[in-house]
Design a protein around this ligand. Structure first.
Ligand code: ASC
Length: 152
């Protein structure tokens, strides 16, 4: 095997190792909490705009709906590993079960991402009744995780 191939393999191994180690992602526990709270705050802002359009509180503009749904889908790629940092349940609303029941937590996270992907597809299709029901399902999948893993 030549030198370039070895370099590529070694870089890939280091990247996989680093990505798998949440301690490598955040210097301090507080950084993980700040990161995920920031993501959830922006996420909530864009999801709330969708809700306002669905409820008719602001005019329904399909392009704006799609743009906000797309941002929600993108933001939902970000926060999950920050919820898995040991000790980060102490100084935040995160219940310790989010760490001790990691598989279930991540299952709800994936379900949420799936529902938002359907909402984005509905936004692209542009049919208001489909958008309404997809929004309801997406909101329910946000709530399912909050009910189990966020302190009241
Ligand atoms: C939001 C927000 C939540 C969810 C949830 C959906 O906009 O801040 O926590 O939607 O209410 O059921």
């Amino acid at each position: 095997m030549n030198k370039n191939a070895w370099t590529a393999i070694c870089s890939a191994v280091v990247m996989i190792w680093a990505a798998g180690d949440v301690r490598a992602q955040f210097a301090k526990v507080e950084d993980a909490i700040k990161y995920r709270q920031s993501v959830m705050s922006v996420l909530g802002t864009h999801f709330t705009r969708l809700g306002a359009m669905v409820r008719g509180e602001t005019p329904f503009v399909r392009e704006a709906f799609e743009e906000n749904a797309s941002l929600v889908a993108t933001l939902l790629k970000l926060p999950w590993e920050a919820f898995q940092v040991a000790g980060s349940d102490k100084a935040s609303a995160l219940r310790p079960e989010a760490l001790s029941q990691k598989e279930d937590f991540l299952k709800l996270a994936r379900a949420n991402q799936d529902e938002v992907a359907k909402l984005l597809a509905a936004a692209k299709a542009g049919e208001l009744s489909g958008i309404r029901s997809a929004f309801g399902a997406a909101g329910a999948s946000c709530k399912a995780c909050h009910d189990s893993y966020r302190r009241k």
